[in-house]
Design a protein around this ligand. Structure first.
Ligand code: CA
Length: 485
């Protein structure tokens, strides 16, 4: 324990995360040509973790890991939660010990604003609530009732999964699903920021007990689709820019589903600039309230977006555009303007934050993530040589869709992808020599493939992944096969 580094008063935590915002979509990265002055400034005020991955780059599994510090096979949130997958037991259970349950015990006031996407939807809602059924009757949105399902959050302004960015709805603290619902005629990011600022200002102590330290989570749904639901003021920023200027990554292939990228890239970047603007308002509110010095502030995203790279849209794949996310953190004890290439995965986030908050002792045994707070403060300590990647089939049945595992290192991305009866595909990218991941080296660099296969087995063992036994043949056969080719 770094007891000498712990402030006498516990720091507050403000954790802001966007949905589907890739690492490249911040101005200071010099990747996507986006305008993000607030994030650029913020990056210089704290630590920029340059090699953070979304361990399972889809909504609910990310959130499950963020909340529990456990990998999907340990927390049960294996794929996106909806009324079909909830029948298979896939949702965040009330008895899972979450970071917020612990913070509540530690005397924190806690607010959750925006998208949750962890609670099991009612397959037959008694009346039309939320976004209602979609995809042929599947219900995605969910009201999370007060009590254990809210895992210690005492200020609630949230919904499950609904993609109405310009007409969002929320469920608030009291009442039932009907009486506590509010419908808003405004861009969700702007509105959620207004609520976050209200929470920070806490005028008349309406939102929280001012005697307590607080933790505030703000979960924006944009730049997630539908891309076209974004205010005009942010679209204007990209007026007159050509598709080629905006989609500047050499791996973009505008074919098939990726044709959508040409249609939506202006909107995607507009949403990013809007998020930047609104995040800037949160920072100003903290400053104005005199809370900047004793508040840890994080900006990150649940996963990225392919936006035409490799002919793909969306996420879940192991390519950088899907896997890597921005992770910027500022706060007491953190040096400004520092970059760190720590290979942090999603389950490591909360134990690391707890370390920074002086709460290392409260991290439970069952948390599988690692507390890297000492490294974030610039100290020495153990560093992992890889990060785990897992993406399970998202369909209603376990065999429906891709089943993927891999590892991400400072140099390589290595993954095995299985789909139904198709032959498994093994990929290896040298991200230093080939930063756009255009060349699969799995067969050429067999020694590296073998080494990373061993690393992958270690992750499967550590995370209790059934692949270790169920797909044992596949794991050895792949390398065997390649050796003989
Ligand atoms: Ca998401």
């Amino acid at each position: 324990m770094d007891s000498d580094l712990i402030p006498t008063q516990r720091p507050n935590l403000v954790f802001v995360f966007a949905d589907q915002m890739r690492k490249h979509a911040v101005g200071f990265e010099n990747g996507d040509p986006v305008v993000t002055p607030n994030l650029d400034r913020f990056a210089a005020e704290g630590v920029n973790l340059t090699h953070v991955v979304s361990t399972s780059p889809v909504c609910s599994p990310y959130r499950g890991m963020l909340f529990t510090g456990k990998y999907p096979h340990s927390n049960g949130v294996l794929v996106n939660v909806n009324s079909l997958t909830a029948r298979r037991g896939i949702y965040l259970k009330d008895d899972q010990l979450c970071f917020s349950d612990i913070l509540s015990e530690q005397g924190y006031a806690q607010g959750y604003i925006g998208k949750l996407h962890l609670h099991a939807p009612d397959p037959n809602p008694p009346y039309d609530y939320g976004q209602g059924p979609r995809d042929g009757g599947t219900v995605w949105d969910a009201w999370t009732p007060p009590g254990p399902a809210r895992h210690g959050f005492d200020f609630w302004y949230s919904y499950g999964a609904a993609d109405n960015h310009l007409a969002p709805h929320y469920w608030t603290n009291g009442g039932d699903a009907k009486s506590s619902r509010v419908d808003i005629d405004e861009w969700s990011v702007k509105h959620e920021t207004d609520i976050a600022i209200r929470y920070i200002e806490n005028t008349d102590e309406r939102c929280r007990d001012p005697e307590k330290p607080f933790s505030l989570f703000v979960s924006y749904n944009p730049p997630h689709p539908p891309f076209d639901q974004v205010p005009e003021e942010y679209l204007k920023i990209y007026d007159g820019k050509s598709i080629a200027e905006l989609l500047n990554r050499p791996n973009v292939r505008l074919e098939g589903e990726a044709l959508e990228a040409a249609e939506h890239v202006h909107e995607y970047f507009a949403a990013v600039s809007g998020i930047d603007h609104q995040f800037g308002r949160i920072l100003k509110a903290l400053e104005k309230a005199g809370l900047s010095d004793n508040t840890i502030v994080v900006f990150t995203a649940d996963h990225g977006e392919m936006m035409g790279s490799h002919g793909l849209m969306n996420k879940s794949v192991c390519y950088d555009e899907s896997l890597r996310v921005p992770f910027l953190i500022r706060g007491p004890g953190l040096e400004p303007n520092r970059k760190d290439d720590l290979l942090m995965g999603t389950p490591d986030i909360y134990p690391t934050l707890f370390g920074l908050m002086g709460l290392s002792d409260t991290i439970p045994e069952e948390c599988q993530g690692t507390d890297y707070s000492r490294l974030l403060r610039g100290g020495n300590g153990w560093r992992p040589m890889s990060s785990f990647y897992i993406c399970l089939p998202s369909g209603a049945t376990p065999s429906d869709g891709y089943d993927r595992r891999g590892v991400f290192t400072h140099r390589y991305t290595f993954a095995i992808e299985c789909a139904g009866s198709e032959d498994p595909r093994m990929v290896l990218f040298d991200n230093i020599a080939d930063p756009y991941q255009m060349r699969n080296l799995a067969k050429e660099d067999l020694d590296v493939s073998k080494k990373l296969m061993r690393e992958l087995r270690e992750w499967l063992r550590k995370t209790g992944d059934p692949w270790l036994t169920e797909r044992a043949d596949l794991l050895s056969d792949q390398v065997e096969k390649l050796s003989k080719e």
